[in-house]
Design a binder for this molecule. Sequence first.
Ligand SMILES: NS(=O)(=O)c1ccc(NC(=S)OCCc2ccsc2)cc1
Ligand SMILES: [Zn+2]
Length: 259
Amino acid sequence: MAHWGYMTTNGPSTWGKDFPIANGERQSPIDIVTTAAEYDSDVLGSNALSTNYTPESEVKLVNNGHSIMCQITKKGVLTGGPLGKDEYRLEQFHLHWGAEDNRGSEHTVDGKMYASELHLVHWNASKYSSFADAVQKPDGLAVLGIFITPGVACNQFKVISDNCGKLKTSGAEMTVDTTLDPTLLLPSNTSDYWTYLGSLTTPPLFESVTWIVFKEPVEYSKEQLLALRNLVDSDGNHMQDNYRPPAALKQRKVKKTFT
Ligand SMILES: NS(=O)(=O)c1ccc(NC(=S)OCCc2ccsc2)cc1
Ligand SMILES: [Zn+2]
C-alpha cells in the first residue's frame, strides 16, 4: 500500500481505496456555512467550554512525515460546551498549511480558506483509558480547530517555528526544554465557535471527533509560516498543502455559540 499523503498519487482523492470510511456519514473537515449554523443556547450556553492546561516544561516535537506535531506530557483538560461533563485530555497538537497564504486550512468558512489551521487533539479520559482506546469511539476525541492568518508573530508558537530547521526530515524528533502554555495558542475569544460531529482529517479517518472550530483566527508571522513550508515530508518533498479539502456535510447540523 503506497503510504497516504497529499500528492496527486496518494492524496485525499485516493484515500477511499485503503480507508473506505473516507466516504462516510461524518467526515471532516467541512465547509462551515455560517447562515446554516444553528445557535443552540441550552446545550452550549449553559456550561461554557473550559480549558485547564498546565504549562509544559519540555516539549517533544516530531516531524511525522505529514505534519509537525508537539506531544503533550502534562495533563491538560478540556470540558464543557458540547462535551458536557466529560473531561477530554490534551494529547498533542499539530498543524495543516498551504504553499501560499491563500490556502492551507482544512475547515473553510463560507468557502474561505485560511493560511493554516492548528489542531489541539484531546481524548475522552472520563470514559476511556488511553488515546488509542478512545480514537475509534464516536465520543472518543475532541479537537480544537484554530484558524491561522498571516500577521504578527505568535510568541507561544516560536518554540515550534524556531526549531523547524532542526526537524527538516520525516521522522526527526527533538525535545526542547521550554515552557509552553497551550492556552496561549488559542484565540482571545474562545466563547464564539462552531461545533459538529466529525472525524480525523487524515487516515485512519475514524469518525470519533467532536469538532470545536473557533471563529476568531490567530496571527502567525510570515517567517513562522515559511518555517512550516520548509519542512520535508516522508516523500522528500516540501511539506506544503497538507490539508484535506471539505467533505460532504450529509445529515449533520453545525451548531454555533454566538448570534
Ligand atoms: N487532523 S486531526 O486533528 O483530525 C487528526 C488527529 C489525530 C490523528 N491521528 C493520530 S494522533 O494517530 C495516532 C496514531 C494512532 C493510534 C491509533 S490509530 C492511529 C489524525 C488526524
Ligand atoms: Zn489535524
